[in-house]
Design a protein around this ligand. Structure first.
Ligand code: TXA
Ligand code: MG
Length: 335
């Protein structure tokens, strides 16, 4: 794997041109978006898209998000562009919002897991934007991690999981948002939130007159609307426990009593509690939801690297701003 450093604010056109040429040749390239690093390929080239699944070890029933240079390109991949999509694109693009719409037949089945819909977003990161512009292609890109592992927020995280499996990574430093985009399905009669992300989704509901929450957890191999719907996803190697809200200290003591005998070192991600007895490493996490999201995956990667086997996590507040973080923590804690 070749690693090319690139200025995240003003990417060098020569470096971008090299990555864009790789995309046009059917190669796969990891690149930073504002949320997490993506592993991209030409979305209209089925063979290139297949290489993404092979590199990630991702089951083919998981559809990919297609990144677009602008609204016009996104619309060109849809057979129908509902008014709600226009409204949300106007409010959030470029940005960390993905829209699911009915697909144009030019989008290969490899991208959409044969679903009649396609997920599109216009990312707000200068490196992603430059790569899309230079390649002249829509770029299908899941997060650049092995299937079920934690999403990467740095090029080092990408290399850890995929170094021997991909052609090129553009290293634009840490990604600013830190958790994956919000996904909203606009292909049916009612808009549905498939995956909460970095912002309060009630703003979406207000903008388009309602938003239902996706309920189902999918199992088996039927195409699933969101990997978020595979119960265990975004998980570190360590066993993650969410502490009970009412009495986190007591809940930690109970978990440690059960866990200590059989396991090694224990870390805790705390927000309000100053400390927990019997924990080897305390990580003081930010009290702001956005800051917390930005740090979360990076901290989990670090604890994995350092060999912690148990991670206790103080529960996030029950507040719409925290929905994305709460979702990722709940999945990390699923066994
Ligand atoms: O922030 C992000 O969204 C990052 C960056 C790289 O853009 N990408 C990402 O991709 O998180 P991935 O593959 O890890 O998650 C894609 C999400 C999944 O929840 C997937 O199921 C959903 O988008 N999705 C893709 N196509 C879909 C479709 N046709 N219908 C419903 N959901 C879809
Ligand atoms: Mg992912």
């Amino acid at each position: 794997m070749k690693l090319l450093r690139v200025d995240p604010e003003r990417p060098d056109p020569a470096v971008i041109a090299e990555a864009a040429a790789m995309i046009r040749r059917g190669g796969i390239v990891a690149f930073p978006t504002e949320t997490v690093y993506g592993l991209g390929a030409d979305a209209l080239d089925p063979a290139a898209v297949t290489r993404i699944f092979a590199a990630k070890g991702r089951p083919t029933y998981n559809p990919l998000i297609v990144h677009c240079a602008d609204l016009a390109e996104a619309r060109s991949l849809a057979v129908e562009w509902p008014p709600a999509a226009d409204a949300l694109a106007k409010l959030y693009w470029p940005g960390p919002l993905t829209l699911v719409v009915r697909k144009n037949p030019i989008v290969p089945d490899e991208v959409t897991a044969s679903l009649p819909t396609v997920a599109v977003r216009v990312p707000n990161h200068p490196v992603a934007a430059a790569l899309l512009a230079a390649s002249g292609r829509p770029i299908a890109a899941p997060s650049a991690n092995r299937f079920t592992e934690i999403s990467p927020t740095t090029a080092e995280h990408v290399a850890k999981g995929l170094a021997d499996r991909i052609d090129l990574v553009l290293d634009g430093g840490p990604t600013p948002v830190g958790i994956e985009s919000t996904v909203v399905d606009l292909s049916g009669p009612h808009p549905v939130l498939l995956r909460p992300g970095s912002f309060d989704a009630s703003r979406i509901a207000a903008a388009i007159g309602g938003l239902s929450l996706s309920t189902g957890v999918y199992t088996g191999t039927a195409p699933r609307p969101a990997p978020g719907m595979t119960p265990r996803h975004y998980a570190p190697r360590a066993t993650v426990f969410l502490l009970l809200e009412d009495d986190p200290a007591r809940s930690a003591a109970a978990i440690l009593r059960d866990a200590k005998a059989s396991t090694g070192r224990v870390a805790a991600l705390l927000r309000e509690l100053p400390t927990i007895d019997g924990v080897d490493r305390i990580v003081a996490m930010p009290r702001d939801a956005g800051e917390y999201a930005r740090r979360l995956y990076s901290v989990l990667h670090e604890l994995d690297d350092e060999g912690y086997e148990v991670v206790l996590v103080e529960s996030p507040p029950d507040d719409p701003e925290w929905a994305g973080v709460a979702d990722r923590l709940a999945r990390a804690a699923t066994r």
